[in-house]
Design a protein around this ligand. Structure first.
Ligand SMILES: Cc1cc2nc3c(=O)[nH]c(=O)nc-3n(C[C@H](O)[C@H](O)[C@H](O)COP(=O)(O)O)c2cc1C
Length: 338
């Protein structure tokens, strides 16, 4: 570990962030959260992130309330490992009754909070009235929140964007409506739906929403480093930050930011060997948990770990074709020993 004075937090912010994050009656002892990432934040990934950030809130991949309504068994993406805490199950759909039923199933799984996805930009979902399209139908969003709040006794949170496009940035009004309906925390991905994941996150909107609400507001978008987290917190006065793409192939990020907020010190970054050892662990975890399907899913993760060192591109090519743990281990062990 190395001490650093590079980023600084104002003492006012430092004092605020040293207190637990309160989501209704749930207290979280970290101001850094791991976002829901479809196809990524299964319990194997969360276990790796949690090793470095044991007190941080983690989210499942988004779960379709509609599919859940028709399924006899719960999908594996809703699985929570024993002792996983704090954890939130994220749900999406546009039907209040399905969302309420799904929320009750999520509570039975042991979730600490229910998060409602109102930010997904994917056509398949917005065309059916879910995800970010709810920004254009605030009455439906309100009805969903009301139904879910009435159905469960855990806090209900919302994750959304600043608006549909540059002509429809309605987040201040929308966020107020969510708070009025009983939402206990709002996470704001500071892009419009039209932006997708492009362009920069417009943190100034998070600052405006923070000013307009009394519930905690979590800043999301472009938190790729400790420095970015500090800058974002200073600009927005948000109650915490949520990391997303910055954790792909880098499950250390949430812990690095959390450590800085708690100690004022910068952890030394993992070496390439440590990253590749983590990749091996990720691969084994996916195999043990999902079998052959886990091996196929591991290919993208392994490629994400291989960045920024000599030979990384070649390594990515090999790893993107693996069929077994043994094959992946052989390739990674060769890279580690070289
Ligand atoms: C592969 C991928 C999957 C995602 N899945 C979800 C999801 O299931 N639920 C959700 O609310 N957001 C999802 N997001 C959005 C992220 O949580 C986050 O809001 C977005 O990436 C912005 O943060 P960033 O700029 O730090 O990546 C996903 C993003 C990516 C890249």
């Amino acid at each position: 570990m190395i001490s650093s004075l590079i980023p600084t937090l104002s003492s006012e912010l430092k004092t605020k962030l040293a207190r637990p994050l309160k989501i209704g009656r749930v207290e979280i002892h970290s101001r850094v959260l791991q976002s829901p990432l479809s196809g990524v934040t299964d319990l194997v990934f969360r276990r790796l992130v949690r090793r470095y950030a044991p007190e941080s809130m983690m989210y499942t991949e988004m779960v379709s309330a509609k599919e859940l309504h028709h399924l006899q068994e719960l999908p594996t993406i809703m699985a929570i490992a024993p002792n996983e805490d704090p954890i939130s199950i994220q749900l999406f759909d546009c039907r209040p009754d399905f969302m309420a039923q799904a929320a009750q199933k999520a509570v039975a799984q042991g979730t600490n909070t229910i998060d409602i996805n109102m930010g997904c930009p994917v056509n398949k979902i917005t065309k059916k009235g879910g995800g970010s399209s709810l920004l254009r139908q605030p009455e439906v969003a309100e009805a969903i929140v009301k139904a879910v709040v009435d159905a469960v006794d855990v806090p209900v949170t919302v994750k959304t964007r600043i608006g549909w496009d540059d002509n429809e940035i309605n987040i201040i009004d929308f966020a107020r409506r969510m708070e009025d309906r009983g939402v206990q925390m709002l996470t704001l991905h500071a892009r419009t739906r039209a932006q997708g994941y492009n362009g920069t996150a417009r943190w100034e909107w998070i600052a405006k929403v923070k000013q307009a609400l009394s519930i905690p507001v979590i800043a999301n978008g472009d938190i790729f480093s400790v420095e970015a987290a500090i800058k974002c917190l200073e600009i927005t006065n948000a109650d915490g930050v949520m990391c997303s793409r910055g954790t792909l192939g880098y499950p250390f990020l949430v812990g690095e930011i959390d450590y800085f907020l708690k100690t004022g010190e910068i952890l030394s970054p993992p070496t390439t060997v440590e990253k590749l050892q983590c990749a091996k662990e990720h691969l084994l975890g996916l195999w043990e948990y999902k079998g052959q399907r886990g091996i196929y899913q591991s290919r993208k993760h392994l490629a994400w770990y291989c960045k920024g060192f000599p030979g990384a591109a070649e390594l990515r090519d090999y790893l993107s074709q693996i069929e077994s743990v043994e094959q992946g281990y052989k390739i990674l062990d060769r890279a580690i020993s070289s």
